[in-house]
Write a protein that binds this ligand. Structure first.
Ligand code: 48F
Length: 262
């Protein structure tokens, strides 16, 4: 007696393709596209989806979480400074007090809870998908992004001439971490100038990254370490409170901009 219900291979393939295509078609136009599924991007997505906003996260890797999975070095531990431990409480992530205003948590636990929470709120994802360019309309306002399948970036140009796919959105959020990949597409065209990330200084970095999170170009918000790259702020190492609060702030900014433009 078999344990599982009989199902043909073609039915498995159809189930996947149909479900993917339905979602892909629906998300050719989103309210907000977030490029980068690290802690800041996931927090931004979660915050937007909580308010009923249609949000898509595009991630070049085949896994979500960015630098949040590992935390510091190879040790699977991350630190959070007060008051950002409140986000860990909201997510149900256990943490220990490591000193006054300093908390330590297991990075895989924190990361998986944040991903699950973003999914629970209704964020959708496109993995193995890399930003190739941005869409700019007549007024040069950001109107979406252009993406391609990540593996083609590892193939020689002559066999990987694959046209990319445009995806529209009212707002784009650059959550690509140290690379600030979306902003760099504007910089290549002389539309913006980035300052480059500074040396490590935790105290100086975290407040500044949260404070400077916001719109840097019409229709484009930066969050997380991309903020440091754009504004020349210090890097912060394996402390993640600013990533969480920056993502939260990016979601609030996006909502304000969309409300103003309605
Ligand atoms: O690097 P990442 O975790 O950025 P973050 O959210 O958090 C930074 C911290 O992890 C840590 C730190 C502070 O604590 O210094 O580094 O700012 O996540 C960025 C995500 O964006 C993806 C990348 O794979 C990663 O998952 N990404 C980067 N460039 C692209 C991209 C691109 N061009 N297209 C698609 N995804």
């Amino acid at each position: 007696m078999a344990i599982f219900h009989p199902v043909a291979e073609k039915d498995v393939t159809r189930a996947i393709v149909r479900s993917f295509l339905r979602q892909f078609e629906e998300y050719t136009e989103s309210d907000v596209i977030i490029v980068g599924g690290g802690p800041s991007g996931l927090m931004a997505g979660r915050g937007l989806a909580q308010q009923g906003i249609k949000v898509l996260i595009v991630e070049r890797n085949n896994y979500l979480g960015g630098g949040f999975w590992i935390g510091g070095y190879f040790m699977n531990k991350l630190t959070i400074r007060a008051p950002a431990q409140e986000v860990l409480d909201e997510l149900g992530v256990p943490h220990e007090k490591a000193g006054e205003g300093l908390y330590v948590a297991d990075a895989p636990h924190a990361c998986s809870r944040l991903i699950a929470s973003a999914c629970d709120e209704g964020v959708k994802f496109l993995s193995l998908t890399i930003l190739e360019d941005v869409i700019l309309r007549e007024d040069n306002r950001m109107a979406g992004i252009v993406v391609n399948w990540s593996p083609i970036t590892h193939l020689p140009k002559e066999i990987a001439a694959l046209d990319p796919v445009p995806l529209e959105a009212k707002i784009v959020i650059d959550a690509t971490g140290h690379d600030a990949s979306v902003v760099k597409k504007l910089e290549q065209r002389g539309l913006i100038k980035t300052k480059g990330e500074g040396a490590l200084w935790i105290e100086g970095s975290e407040d500044a990254v949260v404070e400077r999170t916001g719109e840097v170009y019409p229709g484009l918000i930066v969050t997380g370490m991309a903020v440091a790259t754009v504004h020349g702020l210090p890097r912060m190492g394996p402390t993640f409170g600013a990533m969480l609060l920056s993502g939260k702030r990016a979601a609030e900014n996006a909502i304000q901009i969309m409300q103003k433009e309605e």
